[in-house]
Design a protein around this ligand. Structure first.
Ligand SMILES: [Zn+2]
Length: 353
């Protein structure tokens, strides 16, 4: 039996491309026919053992793969996985001092004065420079520790771009889910996600995202982005902890992030919710024996979930109101409609058989 794992795909920054091309030419990265089940297209490369055996996270934006320096946003993985990379890299991994209080400051709403103080704190941390870290200080430790499977690391070349895929052992595995509820999960930007389990409504807590002034030094901007991402991740992980034990089936929206106009996609990526929705939540659910269903989100925010008939309502800010007098949280209404759509599909499937 193969080991159950989670995987995370990180986009490699362009600065690393020449090194990777050279490594392919020199045979340090070898093309393989492995089907990673991660991307539909692209050429998979397996690093030679000397590289695989010498991997360390130098800091959150740089991974050493033997002699290769891979630049990318390596904190864009769930907390459990992030912790395991850092733990495996202790003695090498560097982090700016005082990041944990800067992170927790984002977990409560901020006033403009708080934002200014926070940004001053980020600048001060960057001014001190990255220092050898004693442990993972941007995580809540809500998950069971896991192992970073260094030997499984692969690179993918796709249409001129490069991606690195990191693998982790999945310890909290179950074959039968703990819960039985059909849980609908609505994805948004504020709140980031709302779950409906029967009449129970669960949503992520609000996360502050201070504005970084244009012209701010790139390092300050980068740390501010990493912290905002980590704060959003904490809120999403907390929701996952509450949802997973209840769910037997998880109903999620089908979202094509590439097709969205405006800045929804950019914001969803910056606030971790795109990663959560596309990768973390389905992987965690599968590992716990939960069935993941994807349904179309069309009209789920316009139809009343409480009316038996197909009634269209109106949305004003966070509130949904239907002509029959039902008033409820707009995101909860959408999440309930996902569940209803799932039952509708089940009923149609039963009639067909
Ligand atoms: Zn209604």
């Amino acid at each position: 039996m193969t080991q159950h794992t989670t995987h995370h795909v990180i986009r490699v920054k362009r600065t690393a491309y020449p090194q990777l091309q050279q490594a392919v030419a020199s045979g340090q990265l070898q093309p393989t026919q492995e089907n990673l089940d991660v991307m539909d297209q692209g050429q998979v490369y397996q690093p030679v053992p000397q590289l695989l055996n010498a991997q360390n996270l130098v800091h959150d934006r740089e991974l050493k793969l033997g002699t290769l320096t891979i630049a990318g946003e390596f904190s864009r993985v769930p907390e459990q996985e992030h912790t395991s990379i850092i733990t495996a890299s202790l003695g090498v991994y560097r982090q700016y001092p005082g990041v944990y209080p800067l992170l927790t400051a984002l977990l409560v709403p901020m006033l403009p004065a708080d934002e200014a103080a926070w940004l001053a704190g980020v600048r001060a941390a960057v001014a001190q420079g990255r220092q050898l870290a004693a442990g993972a200080d941007m995580v809540d430790d809500i998950w069971v520790p896991t192992d970073w499977l260094r030997d499984r690391t692969r690179l993918i070349g796709l249409a001129g771009d490069w991606f690195i895929v990191l693998y982790f052992a999945q310890p909290d595995r179950r074959t039968v889910p703990e819960g039985r509820a059909v849980v609908g999960l609505d994805i948004g930007l504020s709140p980031l996600a709302t779950a409906a389990a029967g009449q129970q409504q669960l949503a992520t807590w609000p996360v502050a995202e201070p504005t970084v002034p244009a012209g701010e030094w790139a390092e300050v901007r980068a740390l501010a982005e990493t912290l905002s991402y980590a704060a959003a991740r904490a809120a999403l992980e907390d929701l996952m902890v509450h949802v997973l034990p209840q769910a037997g089936t998880l109903v999620m929206e089908q979202i094509d992030y590439v097709k969205f106009r405006g800045d929804f996609t950019a914001t969803a990526r910056r606030r971790a919710v795109a990663d959560f929705h596309q990768s973390w939540m389905p992987q965690r659910a599968h590992a716990r024996g939960i069935t993941v269903m994807r349904v179309s989100p069309a009209f789920t925010s316009q139809i009343c979930s409480q009316c038996r008939a197909h009634t269209l309502g109106t949305r004003q800010g966070p509130t949904f109101t239907c002509p029959q007098g039902h008033i409820l949280n707009a995101h909860f209404n959408a999440a309930k409609n996902l569940v209803r759509r799932y039952w509708g599909q089940q009923a149609r499937a039963r009639r067909l058989t």
